[in-house]
Design a protein around this ligand. Structure first.
Ligand SMILES: Nc1ncnc2c1ncn2[C@@H]1O[C@H](COP(=O)(O)OP(=O)(O)OP(=O)(O)O)[C@@H](O)[C@H]1O
Ligand SMILES: Nc1ccn([C@@H]2O[C@H](COP(=O)(O)O)[C@@H](O)[C@H]2O)c(=O)n1
Length: 229
């Protein structure tokens, strides 16, 4: 059977990774969470003192960008990929509010995007990949055979994220999460390099009123339509 490239873009916390991971597992494709890569660069910057408050030492980060190696390894227990930063598992550390609050300015830097996009394109050169993010259908894989753009109301997205972090035992505040979701959407849509936007040939999915199984079924249907062509 032919193998294709699947790009899933959209707003923060709307369920892109959930859909992408499930589909990849079902069809035996590689899954890459490109947001995890920008989060890992952000964590590196925090841990290496490259932030003074909210100000980034961009010159130093630029000098070090080639020392930042991000890989994904499947967790044998869950069957899901974990993110590694320079060979250390950082899957939990990159999901904190501290990283969420600093990641969008980091991802707006042109040299950071250039480095990440090159790695993402290398990961997808054999096809058989599902990648989610903000610019996958527009910049990383403009020729992807299946492109989806996901959205949902900011309130429902914040609610979903709140429930997830609370279940992980993190101390979270709903309003802080809602503010973060809106702020990241704004920065991601308004940056100069590869701003978040729907590719002209992407299918739009508003999953505000969909359950996880419903959106999974919808995505499988879109995949099957393309693969049978
Ligand atoms: N349709 C849905 N209904 C309810 N909860 C959902 C739905 N889709 C995803 N979720 C939950 O919402 C949360 C955010 O989902 P997910 O991490 O997949 O979003 P995302 O778009 O990849 O986010 P980010 O852009 O921040 O990486 C998760 O806890 C997930 O389980
Ligand atoms: N292709 C991408 C993916 C992500 N970003 C930036 O990273 C942030 C975190 O991503 P999540 O998917 O984990 O929410 C996101 O807010 C973007 O700033 C990106 O620029 N391009």
């Amino acid at each position: 059977m032919k193998r294709i490239t699947i790009a899933i873009d959209g707003f923060s916390s709307c369920g892109k990774s959930t859909m992408a991971k499930d589909l990849a597992q079902e069809i035996g494709y590689i899954y890459i969470d490109s947001g995890a890569m920008y989060r890992a660069v952000t964590l590196y910057s925090i841990e290496n003192g490259l932030f003074k408050g909210d100000v980034i030492n961009t010159e130093e980060l630029k000098r070090r960008i080639n020392d930042i190696h991000i890989t994904f390894r499947i967790d044998p227990e869950t069957g899901r990929p974990n993110t590694y930063l320079n060979d250390v598992n950082v899957e939990n550390k990159i999901r904190t509010m501290e990283v969420s609050s600093k990641v969008s300015p980091i991802s707006a830097l042109d040299f950071v995007r250039k480095a990440m996009v090159a790695q993402q394109q290398a990961m997808g050169k054999e096809k058989g990949i599902v990648m989610d993010g903000r610019d996958i259908g527009t910049t990383v894989f403009p020729d992807a055979e299946l492109k989806i753009f996901v959205t949902a109301s900011p309130e429902i997205r914040a609610q979903r994220r709140f429930a997830e972090l609370e279940a992980k035992g993190q101390e979270v505040n709903f309003n802080e999460i809602l503010e973060n979701v809106k702020q990241r959407d704004y920065i991601d849509q308004n940056r100069e390099v590869s701003p978040l936007r729907k590719a002209d040939d992407a299918l739009l999915l508003d999953n505000t009123n969909l359950t996880i199984p419903q959106q999974k079924e919808w995505l499988s249907m879109q995949f099957n339509k393309i693969i049978k062509q």
